[in-house]
Design a protein around this ligand. Structure first.
Ligand SMILES: CC(C)NC(=O)[C@H](Cc1c[nH]c2ccccc12)NC(=O)[C@H](CCCC/N=C(/NCCC(=O)O)S[C@H]1O[C@H](COP(=O)(O)OP(=O)(O)OC[C@H]2O[C@@H](n3cnc4c(N)ncnc43)[C@H](O)[C@@H]2O)[C@@H](O)[C@H]1O)NC(=O)OCc1ccccc1
Ligand SMILES: [Zn+2]
Length: 247
């Protein structure tokens, strides 16, 4: 199946889910999850760093990693992939964007209210009383290779502030997960973009859509475990392939 056939599927669709991962932000200069390990963190495993245990053991190491990522994300701009997704949303009112990404590039590209399954870099909260913390000023000015950074203290209880992301072993926000599953079960087309499809329960979303009979289009330069449930596998970078779908 070609881009043309995929575009025809999109033309006919009325209730679309666009499901994204780190790959959609790669062409904006944001390293994908498994590539976000350079400098101070090069010797760590992302999955090990993104855990409550790692934060408890060494809050400055983990907080530094997120401030470094927030700096990179703060300097990034949406790419043609994010823009094409916002165009789909504008053209097909029944479109729901579901992302695993903790950046805000979908919003910056014009997407109305993407569902963030794994939280955001812009919603710090207290690691104890969970009260929202004041986000640090500006995009962050962490050095290129990053550094340890003592997290600020919560204004309410003095405990360390943590990034507002979902760590491994932590539950996803119930309302976000329920809304994503409901949209996938109800959609007449799902487009999965730039995800390796290995992190659960997020990776269930494209499978729910397929199980309820919706065609699934995958945009990814590489094969993934989702290939088999996809009606169309478009092997290419998001910022090149997605604009062709919305011509
Ligand atoms: C790794 C996996 C084996 N482990 C899990 O899934 C675990 C455990 C687990 C649960 N259920 C299971 C079932 C089976 C096996 C394991 C599990 N899941 C959890 O721990 C979840 C929480 C998981 C969420 C973790 N947080 C993230 N992110 C936020 C933080 C942060 O960002 O720091 S996950 C993080 O990694 C994932 C990375 O995946 P991708 O986005 O796909 O990125 P990746 O780098 O892997 O791949 C990039 C892809 O893009 C492609 N690409 C590259 N360039 C481009 C390009 N230019 N264009 C297009 N595509 C491109 C590449 O080819 C590639 O395919 C994303 O989800 C991202 O958000 N929580 C939980 O289960 O809690 C329980 C519970 C329940 C109730 C009560 C208490 C507890
Ligand atoms: Zn607190």
């Amino acid at each position: 199946m070609t881009v043309r056939e995929a575009a025809d599927l999109l033309l006919k669709a009325r209730k679309v889910v666009v499901f994204t991962g780190a790959g959609v932000s790669a062409e904006s200069g944001i390293p994908t999850f498994r590539d976000a390990l350079t400098g101070l963190w090069a010797r760590f495993d992302a999955q090990a760093l993104a855990t409550p245990e790692a934060f408890a053991a060494d809050p400055a190491l983990v907080y530094g990693w997120y401030e470094w990522r927030r700096t990179i994300v703060g300097r990034a701009r949406p790419n043609a992939g994010h823009t094409a997704i916002a165009k789909i949303e504008a053209a097909i009112p029944g479109t729901v964007v579901v992302t695993q990404n903790v950046d805000a590039l979908h919003e910056q590209a014009g997407s109305v209210s993407p569902i963030h399954l794994h939280g955001s870099l812009y919603a710090p909260r207290c690691s104890s009383c969970a009260k929202p913390a004041t986000p640090p000023e500006g995009p962050g000015d962490e050095p290129a290779d990053g550094r340890r950074l003592t997290p600020p203290a919560c204004e309410h209880c003095g405990a360390p502030v943590r990034p507002g992301v979902v760590w491994f072993g932590e539950a996803l926000p119930v309302d976000a997960l329920e809304a994503a599953v409901a949209a996938a079960a109800d959609c007449d087309l799902l487009i999965t973009v730039g995800t390796s499809g290995v992190v659960y329960p997020a990776a269930e979303i494209p499978q729910v859509a397929a199980r309820f009979g919706a065609p699934v289009i995958q945009v990814n330069p590489m094969p993934t475990p989702l290939d088999d449930i996809c009606t169309v596998n478009l092997r290419g970078p998001a910022a090149e392939v997605l604009p062709e779908l919305v011509l």
